[in-house]
Write a protein that binds this ligand. Sequence first.
Ligand code: FDA
Length: 301
Amino acid sequence: MLLRDFFIQLSENQLLNSAAKKYGLKLGAQSVVAGTNIEETIASIKELNAHNISCTVDNLGEFVSSKEEATAAKEKILTVIEAIHENGVAAHISLKPSQLGLDIDVDFCYDNLYEIVEKAASYDIFVNFDMEDYGRLQTSFDMVEELSKTFNNVGTVIQSYFYRAKDDIEKFKDYRLRIVKGAYKEPVEVAYQDKLDIDLNFIELIEYHLLHGKFTSIATHDHNIIAHVKRFVADHNIPLDKFEFQMLYGFRTDMQKELAKEGYNFCVYVPFGEDWYGYFMRRLAERPQNLNLVTKQVFTK
Ligand code: FDA
């Protein structure tokens, strides 16, 4: 737990974040980040598509504090949407509201999101709102709801560690939802701390949305949860087009291909860009074994 807290604190360090941006993909981050630019990313998507794996593309970056940065992020995402359309690849968009101005001005953020969702809708491309920490949760949900009054290509994420997740999943039943365990450090007042509690809630939420929801993205690298879901969908005759498995780029790649080969819809979360630092530190926090990636890089140089 101490190591997890350490990496989560590192992920929030602005100074290290800027330094990382300046010096490019380092510390083994290249094995879990698809590239620093759109061309490299489209090439990675094509490779995954060749294995029958679709992608959700994330322009790395979060907790942006200036309008200039937020506008630049929006422009980048609009370019990605254009590139997805032009290249005809099987991919959609994942985004973080805090990258598009959530912490600066909610109306400004909403306008940026509106522009992105509108452009994506014109090409029939889905946009998923990643969920960040608890402090940003309600405003993000509100924006998803507001946008879905006009567009039907919007979905979001339910984080199983939150006590409120059950209420949220009922409310968002008619949405395409990604269900995850939850990646941020949250206090006991709002979130389960124990792995077993989180896993049990995760399973309950997945089962609920598979039975009652629109479309479920089960986002996990946990083979036990995946095995449970496979049994559950078979026992309940849930059609394959009602759900997909998702994993992060570069994680358990053999299992990714295997599940796709077995006929399950599979989608890989493809992060790209220069702002890899916070994302990479959160991955180390979740699984300190990923430190192997770092040590390998340091010692093989
Ligand atoms: P967890 O880390 O609990 O691992 C369970 C077990 O699985 C491990 O004990 C190990 O046995 C096995 N395992 C896990 N990783 C392995 C590996 N690399 N190799 C071998 N075995 C492994 N979070 C959030 O708060 N907001 C969000 O929007 C998102 N979005 C998102 C999208 C996608 C596609 C994914 C996969 C995840 C997210 N997350 C997220 C992150 C999520 O909340 C969670 O922190 C991580 O997925 C880690 O939890 P897991 O369910 O993967 O298993």
